[in-house]
Design a protein around this ligand. Structure first.
Ligand SMILES: *Cc1c(COP(=O)(O)O)cnc(C)c1O
Length: 429
């Protein structure tokens, strides 16, 4: 469920009329609901604590889903940890108030300087994905006089996810150490001075809306834990990754509630029963996905004999999911449609000079006209965090709502900022 709803004829984010935000901040603009983020985090953290046992569940919010400072501070204040995938993310998590001992560093290609920064900061755990990364981490940490706690990210050869580009757990994907290699690497790590292996991690994909794929992967991990312990290795942590999906296409009346989270937690409890491990979780999309919308204004109508184009002021550089993953976003008009408004099928497109800049085709919506505001729903995850300045468009601003208040947590970029970082080569200056 989320906190965007119609009141007195207009769409509100919590107690804020979205038309007010459009007037004061302009469009396109991302709007996030604090109450929705809090609700999802609490539901998830409570369910995972039930599954793991008191004090044994660690939730690391995967901040690549949405790295807005307001969103991060909201989650840090609730006690969440963060899953980071670059030095930039480690730095931003620290700046947002996540303590280093609640940070995990994941990612298939960490560089020496990134590892050095993370180890120096004193983070909780590095998720190692390759043998050379194991060596590098040990070298970097011992140079700093430290021994970094780490886990191996294992590739369970079980892929899942809402789209081929977000499947990560198959052996065909680039992620993780292969199952067969873990024992040997664990044994090698025991002789390295700069690492202390604490257990295993996995992450099989994103936008997974069932529990069977997770279960198959987790069951394999549980077996592996037993085998490694049999060889005398210490396995105290199991980081189960993120990837639990959210409904993008449900009717607005339907409150989808905690059903899938509960089913997932029950499965985790069952599969990890008796393992005596601390469990880590890395949810991203589930926490922030439907806590955000992208509000945009209709610029033009372009009628054709066979169809009607609706040209809006947001584009694929602001929200790339439809172009990149064929993703579906519900579209809600900000002004509640009056009874009797005719329905029209629109191709909703942005201003960018390529046909891929299409949000949806043949979408039936109440008739719209230039100047009207619409909202792409469920745009809180992998929306603003994937935005770019393609076509020299300004980075889209972000607003966080809490109750009747709202704050611009990232102002719209200015043309001075956009153009001011370029440098002419000396021979053309
Ligand atoms: C992206 C990612 C996540 C989060 O995935 P969601 O589908 O947003 O939950 C978690 N862990 C790792 C390692 C990731 O790369």
């Amino acid at each position: 469920m989320h906190h965007f709803s119609y009141r007195d004829g207009a769409l509100f984010a919590e107690d804020v009329d979205l038309r007010r935000i459009a007037d004061e901040v302009g469009t396109p603009v991302y709007v996030y609901s604090s109450a929705t983020i809090e609700r999802h985090y609490r539901l998830y953290a409570e369910a995972m604590t039930r599954a793991a046992g008191d004090g044994k569940a660690h939730v690391f919010y995967a901040m690549k889903a949405n790295g807005n400072l307001g969103v991060l501070k909201t989650l840090a204040s609730l006690g969440a940890g963060a899953d980071t995938v670059s030095e930039g993310e480690v730095r931003k998590a620290l700046a947002a108030g996540f303590p280093p001992e609640r940070l995990v560093f994941s990612g298939v290609g960490k560089s020496e300087s990134e590892l050095r920064f993370a180890v120096e900061a004193g983070i909780y755990q590095v998720n190692i994905e390759t043998e050379s990364e194991l060596d590098l981490l040990s070298r970097v940490a011992s140079q700093l006089g430290k021994r970094q706690e780490a886990v191996f990210r294992v590739n369970p050869d079980i892929g899942a996810g809402g789209h081929a580009k977000i499947t990560t757990g198959s052996s065909e994907n680039k992620f993780g150490v292969s199952f067969e290699e873990v024992g040997r690497l664990y044994a090698r790590a025991a002789n390295l001075p700069g690492v202390r292996m604490m257990g295993l991690a996995l992450h099989i994909g994103s936008q997974i809306r069932e529990t069977e794929s997770f279960e198959a992967a987790y069951a394999k991990m549980a077996t592996l834990v037993g085998e490694l312990r049999g060889e005398g290795h210490r396995v105290e942590r199991l980081d189960l990754g993120g990837g639990l999906g959210i409904p993008y296409d449900i009717p607005k009346e339907f409150d989808h509630g905690p059903g899938l989270i509960e089913a997932y937690a029950d499965m985790v409890a069952r599969v990890t029963k008796g393992l005596e491990v601390e469990l880590g979780f890395e949810p991203g999309r589930l926490i922030v996905g439907n806590a955000g919308i992208l509000m945009t204004r209709v610029l033009h109508l372009n009628p054709r004999p066979s169809k009607q184009f609706l040209v809006v002021d947001a584009a694929m550089n602001d929200l790339v999911r439809p172009a990149m993953y064929e993703a579906y976003h519900e579209i809600w008009p900000v002004a509640e449609p009056k009874p009797g408004t005719p329905d029209i099928a629109y191709d909703v497109v942005g201003p960018i000079c390529e046909s891929g800049d299409t949000f949806t085709t043949g979408r039936v919506l109440p008739a719209l006209k230039p100047g009207d505001l619409i909202a792409f729903m469920t745009a809180g995850a992998y929306g603003a965090s994937m935005a770019s300045t393609y076509n020299q468009r300004l980075l889209v601003p972000e607003v966080l709502v809490k109750g009747a208040e709202f704050a611009v947590t990232r102002p719209r970029q200015t043309f001075e900022q956009l153009l001011g970082t370029d440098r002419a080569p000396p021979w053309l200056a």
